[in-house]
Design a protein around this ligand. Structure first.
Ligand SMILES: NC(=O)C1=CN([C@@H]2O[C@H](COP(=O)(O)OP(=O)(O)OC[C@H]3O[C@@H](n4cnc5c(N)ncnc54)[C@H](OP(=O)(O)O)[C@@H]3O)[C@@H](O)[C@H]2O)C=CC1
Ligand SMILES: CC(=O)[C@@H](O)[C@H](O)COP(=O)(O)O
Ligand SMILES: [Mn+2]
Length: 388
């Protein structure tokens, strides 16, 4: 029995992870659940899965949660302290990091230091702190199983091939809802339009990242860290159908692809049960149903976010942390109606510029990364407040 701590159990990935648990009750057990503020769903999940611990991100909700779960024997924790406690708990075997944003860095690192296997959905953690996370995982002999669909695809395509047989990684991108727009049309798109992903149903932040293609930029940096691949051997191709989840090109020119439905339960299952390939009841890809496979290059005028990600990744040091945090702040401002859609890329670009001039660190430690993250959010907030 594998005992899981699910960080972000009320979110899109967290809820689907629980569906995977439902599928394999004799293999997967929920030991800990954590959410931000959705106390109603967290209570429902706790009553159904009987974990040993629950964590609520907002400490002011802890008392209400305790009251609702009194008599159940479940320990009720809160805030970052709670996340850190469940990440290292002795009765947890694997931590699924499915919170959104760089808040995932510290609990993921704590889990690694405690020798827990990690299933990683939270790409922001690797983007901001890959230079800390990957060496820590290697030093502690901890496996990081990718949950992100592209990285799960690459992980599967790489099986049976040694690193020196691989020429490049090819990340597929849907292009999001604005793939066919002209660049000048983007200034006026609405939140509702940006949240209308053509293929995937996901949380709000990643859906907006798909619309700007910051998501693909974040994924390029994520792939660099997960697979130890230099940036000039990671490419992005637009594939509007999202049937091929990503590809690996080998030295001899053979390209290996992984295909599947747009259903995150498959990569989640693989991460939670690897190396097994267990039969499940989830619908399967039906290629006879008129599936199309189209491919296009990324238009850098329409999607400048991809170029910014390569710039941040290549420069390295503290720049990816600033890049990521500025994007998180700008996306939140867009969601709150404080910034227009094209403002997101503008703010990230400006914050990156300031960071390189004022406070760049070539090899930051964890505290410096967390400080840069806070600085970039503040700076982005100031720029947005000034109406830039
Ligand atoms: N959704 C998808 O299909 C995919 C997602 N990912 C990545 O996975 C991560 C999660 O995405 P997604 O599930 O879509 O996001 P959601 O917004 O749907 O879910 C986020 C989860 O994090 C929780 N959370 C937020 N803040 C805190 C906190 N302070 N303490 C504890 N929990 C917190 C939320 O709780 P609450 O509900 O209470 O707010 C929620 O459970 C992201 O990094 C995303 O990029 C990667 C590939 C695909
Ligand atoms: C499901 C998943 O992994 C997302 O990251 C998804 O791939 C987003 O799609 P695009 O960023 O390609 O639009
Ligand atoms: Mn993805």
């Amino acid at each position: 029995m594998k005992r899981l701590a699910i960080l972000g159990s009320t979110g899109s990935i967290g809820r689907q992870a629980l569906e995977v648990v439902d599928e394999f009750p004799d293999r997967l057990e929920v030991t800990a659940l954590a959410a931000g503020s959705n106390i109603e769903l967290l209570i429902e999940q706790a009553k159904r899965y009987h974990p040993r611990y629950v964590v609520i991100g907002q400490p002011e909700l802890q008392a209400e949660l305790k009251k609702s779960l009194s008599g159940t024997g479940i320990r009720v924790l809160s805030g970052m302290e709670g996340l850190l406690e469940i990440a290292v708990a002795s009765d947890v075997d694997m931590v699924l990091t499915a919170v959104v944003g760089s808040i995932g860095i510290r609990p993921t690192l704590a889990a690694i230091h405690a020798g827990k296997a990690v299933a990683l959905a939270n790409k922001e953690t690797l983007v901001a702190a890959g230079s800390i996370i990957m060496p820590a995982a290697a030093a502690n002999g901890v496996a990081i199983y990718p949950v992100d669909s592209e990285h799960s695809a690459i992980f599967q395509c790489l099986e049976g091939h040694s690193p020196n047989q691989v020429r490049r990684l090819l990340l597929t991108a849907s292009g999001g809802p604005f793939r066919t727009f002209q660049p000048e049309e983007l200034a006026h798109v609405t939140l509702e339009q940006a949240l209308n992903h053509p293929n995937w149903s996901m949380g709000g932040k990643i859906t907006i990242d798909s619309a700007t293609m910051f998501n693909k930029g974040l994924e390029v940096i994520e792939a660099h860290w997960l697979f130890g691949m230099p940036f000039d051997r990671i490419d992005v191709v637009i594939h509007p159908e999202s049937v091929i989840h990503s590809m690996v090109e080998l030295n001899d020119g053979s390209t290996i692809a992984q295909l599947g439905r747009c259903d995150m339960r498959l990569p989640i299952q693989l991460a939670l049960t690897y190396p097994e390939r267990l039969s499940n009841s989830f619908p399967k890809l039906d290629l006879s149903a008129g599936v199309q496979l189209n491919f296009y290059p990324v238009d850098p005028q329409l999607f400048p976010a991809v170029g910014l990600a390569y710039e941040a990744g290549r420069k390295g040091g503290s720049l990816p942390a600033a890049f990521n945090a500025a994007n998180e702040a700008a996306v939140e401002a867009f969601q709150r109606g404080l910034l227009n859609f094209t403002g997101i890329v503008r703010i990230v670009s400006e914050v990156m510029g300031y960071h390189q001039k004022e406070s760049f660190s070539p090899s930051p430690d964890l505290n410096e990364i967390l400080a840069v993250d806070a600085w970039a959010r503040r700076t982005a907030g100031d720029l947005i407040g000034k109406g830039r």
